[in-house]
Design a protein around this ligand. Structure first.
Ligand code: PLP
Length: 423
């Protein structure tokens, strides 16, 4: 190791996330509606930084015309939309041509399932989990209409996690698809995608990963994960309301056209009926503008480092901070006499900062209501992971109270939640 690399490493190790600086970049924190609230609904949808709003305003002001023509406003629209798409590709280390930008993840996965259905025949098996948000279940279960059989990869209600042994038990020579989450939006357990994808591939199946609950917290590398399709929701990663789906190039070519007949063979466009929302696509680049800005704030110019290394450094800060607030929340919840935490009880690499819990005596609805009276923004319910709640032996309608944190969640936010939990 050279001295300069060692010095850079030591410097990086000493840097911690400047949470105030991050929050200062989110206008929501200074609005009447949000300023006094401890916000724990991030897994539902995160606040957006000024950089995203700026891109949106610029597009709506100077480029709100049909893109693709040579006059200035249209050329700017084309350029800004390409920047947004390229930003998402860079963020998850995918090819921009492989991205489908849809209304949300529910929509992109439904469209993918329709496009893929022609590859499924009677006797084929499709693996889904009982841990996922329903967005990654219903479209695949509907493949029974093509004669497929559904096999369920079940999680362990004790740990809240999916095991590789559990996957092996449901794979067979007939498996064509394995659909699973990168992280659970209820238990917070992170799935070992790098190990699960090869198991699916060895069985001759495609792997479809729902990364919605992971992408805000850990840097996604679609190329390294080797999934055939990877979906996430940009609006939970500090961006506008867009669903981003990366599809392996070889698979794109085999999918049935979902668009106008003359668009067959156009790759991602062919499985994006109607095309992407223009202004929101443009605004996506604000996410990486923000991450770049945070990099400079913490580490300086960074022009000697690759863009990937810079974003890795920022996510490294996020992870350390998320780990700290998760540990603080879990410690407080565990010390409470009436609270039971769902999923891993310890913060760490196998747990995301999405923490669900129930109260021994009070319905989740009442606990959430009580916290909201103290300006702690939480919600209760099944969060569309209905099957997960059932497997946990909970009434899905009352469900759990969920406190989901991101890098801008402060220790004070956590303390406010803990201080106002009902006895
Ligand atoms: C884990 C998970 N997957 C999928 C979805 C669906 O995402 P969207 O709202 O973009 O359709 C959600 C939404 O909360 C989610 O939490």
């Amino acid at each position: 190791m050279t001295d300069s690399i060692a010095a850079a490493g030591a410097e990086a190790a000493a840097v911690t996330l400047d949470v105030d600086a991050a929050r200062a970049r989110f206008p929501a924190f200074s609005t009447d509606t949000c300023a006094d609230w401890a916000f724990f609904e991030n897994a539902g949808g995160a606040y957006v930084p000024r950089a995203v709003i700026d891109r949106l305003v610029r597009f709506m002001t100077a480029a709100k015309v049909q893109p693709g023509a040579p006059y200035p406003a249209s050329a700017l629209a084309t350029e800004m939309m390409a920047e947004g798409t390229n930003a998402m590709a860079a963020l998850i280390n995918a090819q921009a041509e492989a991205l489908v930008l849809g209304a949300d993840t529910t929509t992109t996965l439904h469209v993918l399932a329709n496009a893929l259905s022609m590859l499924i025949e009677s006797g084929d098996e499709v693996v889904v989990t009982n841990l996922d948000h329903e967005a990654n279940v219903t479209p695949w279960r509907r493949l029974t209409r093509r004669g497929a059989t559904v096999r369920e990869w079940r999680f362990d209600p004790e740990t809240g996690a999916l095991s590789l042994e559990g996957l092996e038990a449901v794979l067979s020579e007939n498996t064509r698809l394995v659909c699973f989450p990168h992280a659970s939006n209820i238990t917070g357990a992170i799935c070992d995608v790098r190990a699960a994808v090869p198991l699916a591939h060895e069985a001759g199946a495609l792997a479809v990963v729902d990364g919605v609950s992971h992408a805000p917290h850990g840097l996604v590398d679609v190329a390294a994960l080797d999934a055939d399709a990877y979906a996430f929701s940009a609006y939970k990663v500090f961006g506008p309301h867009v669903g981003v789906l990366a599809v392996r190039h070889g698979l794109l070519a085999r999918l049935e056209n979902q668009n106008h007949m003359f668009l067959a063979g156009t790759g991602a466009l062919a499985i994006n009926p109607g095309g992407p929302n223009h202004e929101l696509t443009a605004a996506l680049a604000g996410i990486t503008d923000y991450l770049d800005d945070l990099y400079r704030h913490h580490f300086g110019d960074g022009s000697d480092r690759s863009a990937r290394d810079r974003v890795k450094a920022v996510f490294g800060l996020f992870e350390d901070h998320q780990h700290a607030v998760t540990a603080r929340l879990l410690a407080g919840l565990s010390a409470h006499p009436s609270i039971h935490v769902i999923g891993p009880r310890e913060a760490g690499p196998h747990r995301s900062p999405t923490v669900a819990f129930v109260h021994d005596r009070l319905p989740s609805r009442m606990v959430a209501e009580h916290l909201r009276h103290q300006r702690v923004a939480v919600r209760h319910g099944h969060f569309y992971a209905w099957r997960c709640l059932q497997a946990l032996g909970l009434d899905p309608d009352d469900g759990v109270v969920r406190a989901s944190m991101v890098h801008y969640t402060s220790g004070e936010d956590v303390d406010r939640l803990l201080a106002h939990l009902p006895e």
